[in-house]
Design a protein around this ligand. Sequence first.
Ligand SMILES: [Zn+2]
Length: 244
Amino acid sequence: MNKQTAPLLYSLRRSSRAKNTRIVVTANKIEVVAPLKVSEQRIQAFVHAQKDWIDAALKRVAGKVQSAIPRLAPSEYLDGALIPYQGRRLPLKISSGKTKTVRIELLNDEIFWVKSPTEIAGAHLSALIQQALTRWMKNQAKQQVQQLVDLHAPRFALFPRSIRIKTQKSRWGSCGPKNDINMNWLLLLAPPAVLEYVVIHELCHIKHKNHSPAFWQLVGEHLSDFKQHRLWLKQHGASVMQGL
Ligand SMILES: [Zn+2]
């Protein structure tokens, strides 16, 4: 499609108090406020004449929204960087030596210990550590989710057909029509009870494929204070979703 002729989507609001036609750009919409007497044709022409300004405003607003979400992850994965894990931030300790790949180990549940090849440093090392940590977390997610399923599934016979760990940008978990459960590994950045809540949430969808009162009651049978974990996700979820 030709960009020049692509229609701009905007909502039009007529106002008896408006003296001129003006454009208001917010995070998810373009609103045009116009006096009662101005014809739609003139409004359209006006909006198209302002296309560059609108594009710039949309970009500016998007940038603001993006930067308003605090990232949990460090800007660089170097010695001393703080790594989000289970609702905490654990320091990264790098020791270089005779290893071919970057390896991650969680020491005493307190420190992420990285063994890295001597010849790698700087931004390259940072990128490799980020990748290795992501692999480590996915693997941990697999184990922890399985443990939580083993703990909760037998209570009300809510057995999933399969469990998969995924990277998802917009959801924490899902339960398919045949009870295949997907879990987002980014939940490892949240407190353990939040991960537990999401596992239970998806297990309860095995019985109730909806969010009815009966569904929430079943969630509550497994985890009486689930509301506070759901609230935590509402408050901090956008930061967690930004990942490592
Ligand atoms: Zn649900």
